[in-house]
Ligand binder design. Structure first.
Ligand SMILES: *[C@@H]1O[C@H](CO)[C@@H](O)[C@H](O)[C@H]1NC(C)=O
Ligand SMILES: *[C@@H]1O[C@H](CO)[C@@H](O)[C@H](O)[C@H]1NC(C)=O
Length: 155
């Protein structure tokens, strides 16, 4: 696999480690391996949009031994930007999602997993909560759409 990092200035590199991975061989598509469309540029997801996250991360927040060997999925919804209060949350570049009142969120080990809304990849898990009670933050695929496409063309 080849990682092609997003070129950013040193100051913001600390915050946004965005990369595209290239498979060593083309994937063989079948019933279990499929492609999914990615969000177009400037797609705005209204608050309350239903999404799902899939990943192999922890199912008990803060317990690293609770990572799973079978892919798990959880339903979350898009939340207002002001629900994501982390200093590492940048509204234009990111999405805020979760079901904090139900303890549903991405967790340790889910980073890089897809946030799928309306049959498109809209986000990539950036940081889940460690307690399950805060919303998770996602890199916006829509924001990076042009860069992802350019990078794939040049690879
Ligand atoms: C999201 O899903 C819930 C049920 O899980 C449903 O009650 C709600 O209306 C859905 N919201 C939207 C915006 O489709
Ligand atoms: C869980 O793993 C992460 C990453 O390897 C580490 O930073 C963290 O300290 C670990 N947490 C516990 C409770 O062991």
């Amino acid at each position: 696999m080849v990682y092609i990092p997003f070129p950013v200035s040193a100051t913001i590199l600390l915050f946004f480690l965005t990369a595209v991975s290239q498979l060593a061989r083309p994937a063989k598509l079948n019933e279990h391996v499929k492609t999914i469309p990615m969000a177009g540029p400037f797609e705005n997801l209204p608050r309350g949009t239903n999404c799902s996250i899939a990943g192999w991360g922890c199912t008990v927040p803060g317990d690293n031994s609770s990572v799973v060997s079978r892919l798990r999925e959880v339903d979350v919804e898009v939340l207002d930007d002001d629900k994501c209060t982390s200093a590492f949350y940048f509204p234009m570049l990111m999405l805020c999602a979760g079901r904090p009142q139900e303890g549903k969120d991405a967790a340790q080990g889910d980073s890089g997993s897809p946030l799928v809304c309306k049959d498109k990849v809209q986000g990539v898990v950036s940081k889940g909560s460690t307690s399950g009670t805060l919303p998770g933050t996602y890199t916006s695929v829509s924001f990076y759409n042009d860069w992802i496409k350019d990078t794939m063309r040049r690879a």
